[in-house]
Design a protein around this ligand. Structure first.
Ligand code: RNT
Ligand code: ZN
Length: 408
């Protein structure tokens, strides 16, 4: 028996004493999709025009030399990163990762055929695909207004982009037999004092209505709308706020909300919000990120809030309702390793959550035995989940704790 197996047997017994079946947990974990974003590999440069800098108030900082220099290198590095993430994965793409065959295909021209290579890739690697329209890093977004612009021609351009992206999402879902989440995030907002905060929101609602007008089978594509508090240079007013999108999604019922863990005030937590959507049977897309003091998009760590988010999902067995994806970009460390560290941490947090002796804790809560609840919540934190994680990596044929040696 290998050390991993021996250790696993010890852990299995300890968890069984608390009523947790580790074998069943490992099986379940293997099937929960985590959508790993592609853009950590090249700091969100994409294939459309890699020289074009980022706009829209987001930034990747750092100068580690590992940034993919061309498409070939991008694909090799991405494949390597994905091979380090155990269990079922999806890959989140952005529209700027199209294959334009060397032609100038503008955002209002993109079609499924420009992403056929990604479908082949996904089939080969047995992964699903998610999609993101790119409403930034473009001349027509340089004023920081897209779908909520006062200029109708600008709005129309981006509406067309949004519509086309949903079609690409539908194509992914149809081809791969796994629903594509097409996530719409726009940078729209003002740097400074804003007088008319209503008008842009009315325009945004109207643009979204146009984008989502054509029904698409939810089996293939689900649209999400991602809110934000602010961006760099867009500090004072964000059109697509959390309240705006929560109301939009609930009232129009044509999309779901995406919550990015970096897009809230620093003491506000996404873990506390999820059940308010579940209470109404709503689905949510999650962008797991790590805000360090602000929306800094640091690589996901296995920190308390990430565990807390996964606990909320696991406790309510809401894996069919909450769609989990990553979103971070750090140019200061090796990009392959960064992708792997963050995505592995999401999986670890999921495992940690699935291993919680929730039933026992809930019973104490129901009996109003609050001290037992507290004591056992704390005790459950030191159960040997790392030993179960090692077993998961082994079962999935992915390197364990020394994986970094295969990258550097
Ligand atoms: C930006 C949003 C958005 C982007 C990606 C690249 O603040 O978080 O999700 O990070 O679309
Ligand atoms: Zn995000």
């Amino acid at each position: 028996m290998s050390n991993i197996e021996k250790n696993y047997q010890v852990a299995k017994e300890l968890y069984a004493e608390r009523g947790v079946d580790t074998d069943a947990v490992l099986k379940k974990l293997a099937e929960i999709p985590v959508s790993v974003h592609c853009w950590q590999i090249d700091d969100l440069s994409g294939f459309e025009n890699p020289e074009r800098g980022l706009s829209g108030g987001i930034a990747a900082t750092g100068s580690d030399p590992s940034k993919a220099k061309n498409k070939e290198e991008f694909m090799v590095n991405l494949t390597k990163a994905l091979s380090l993430v155990p269990g079922y994965n999806k890959l989140a793409l952005h529209a700027i990762y199209l294959d334009n065959g060397g032609q100038n295909i503008d955002r209002d021209q993109i079609e499924p055929k420009h992403f056929a290579g990604w479908v082949d890739y996904a089939k080969e690697h047995k992964i699903g695909l998610d999609f993101n329209p790119t409403y930034f890093s473009h001349d027509k977004a340089d004023t920081n207004f897209t779908l909520a612009s006062y200029d109708k021609s600008i709005r129309d351009f981006w509406i067309e982009h949004g519509k086309r992206c949903r079609k690409i999402g539908e194509y992914f879902g149809r081809e791969l037999g796994d629903v594509c989440i097409t996530n719409h995030w726009i940078p729209d907002g003002y740097k400074d004092y804003t007088v008319n905060k209503l008008k842009h929101r009315e325009l945004l609602a109207d643009s979204l209505d146009q984008i989502f007008a054509e029904p698409i089978d939810r089996k293939y594509n689900i649209d999400s709308v991602e809110s934000k508090v602010f961006g760099l240079g867009i500090e004072s007013y964000t059109v697509g706020s959390h309240e705006f999108y929560t109301n939009y999604a609930a009232i129009r019922n044509n999309c779901i909300v995406c919550m990015d863990m970096g897009h809230f005030h620093p003491t506000e937590v996404v873990s506390g919000k999820l059940t308010s959507y579940l209470a109404f049977g709503r689905e949510v897309m999650l962008h797991v990120s790590r805000p360090v003091r602000w929306d800094s998009d640091h690589v996901v760590a296995l920190d308390d809030e990430v565990k807390e988010v996964m606990l909320e999902i696991a406790r309510n067995n809401a894996f069919d309702k909450i769609h989990i994806g990553t979103d971070y970009f750090d140019g200061s460390i090796n990009r392959i390793a960064a992708t792997a560290i963050g995505a592995r941490n999401v999986k670890k947090a999921l495992l940690y959550a699935l291993l919680e002796p929730t039933k026992m804790l809930e019973e104490y809560e129901e009996k109003d035995d609050l001290v037992s609840r507290f004591a056992y919540v704390e005790e459950s934190k030191t159960l040997p989940f790392g030993l179960v994680w090692d077993m998961f990596c082994e079962q999935q044929g992915v390197p364990g704790s020394d994986w970094l040696k295969t990258v550097l």
